[in-house]
Design a protein around this ligand. Sequence first.
Ligand code: NAP
Length: 267
Amino acid sequence: MTIRVAIAGIRGRMGSTAAAAISEAAGMKVVAALDYKYDGMYASEGTVTAEPAGVRIYTSLVELNEQQQPDVLLDLTDPEAVFPNARKAMALGICSVVGTSGLTIEELGQLQELSEQKGIACIIAPNFSIGAVLMMKFAAQAAHYLGDVEIIEMHHDRKLDAPSGTAVKTADMIAQVRTPHLQGHPDEQVHAYGARGADVQGMKIHSVRLPGLLAHQQVMLGGEGELLTIRHDSFDRKSFMPGVLLAIRESMQRPEFVNGLEHLIQA
Ligand code: NAP
């Protein structure tokens, strides 16, 4: 069986890279693009054309579903678009694979509810890179022993949301094993707003945005007289593609809600 994939965000950097990777992968193909403009035009190799090349663009998921019957909607859009896209997809019986960051805890809860209600896959991947998923797992493992943690996430300066979904997910994974406690000096005085970063589950997250960066994260775990640093770097969007293909394949096998690729890999 060939898995039929529709992509929301196909004109973007991740979406166009994913379209190429899916087209080259065995057992799946891109059948359509969901967009908020260019209805009836075609998306081909990251560009939009009036010529029938690549896949057709739809602005209505209902129409896309009727004409192209996708099995999976892969979302690589932006924080505003992702929630309604995933919700509509599941309501139509289309599995949802979400790479877009910026979903709130409430939205994640609603997607989980819908996925369970409909018995359909919704796979949320704050980070599709297998190396980054391992970095998060290793950090959670280390936090059993070294519970004072700060996270520095570094991304390109076109990223819309902060802190990154990966950093929040890392803090969540660590929070499950770390005994909650106050870090830093109890009488700490902050003289410049934001100097100590964002507080997520009692840990600080520092977000760096600079041209030249792609996606990088360093988890620092401090102990008496020692520091453990666990770092991961994505230098190319190709680093996300094995995880994208894995999530698409797994969505056909697991009619459930999955938050994080760590649940799909053996490590
Ligand atoms: P990007 O280059 O800006 O691409 C996003 C694309 O989505 C743009 O072409 C945008 O169009 C389009 N878009 C916006 N609203 C849409 C809608 N309602 N329907 C369809 N398309 C829509 O961004 P990117 O770097 O590819 O990243 C996309 C998302 O993936 C971001 O949330 C990013 O944080 C996330 N990401 C995830 C991972 C992961 O491993 N999970 C890795 C990298 C990035 P316009 O330009 O016209 O607005």
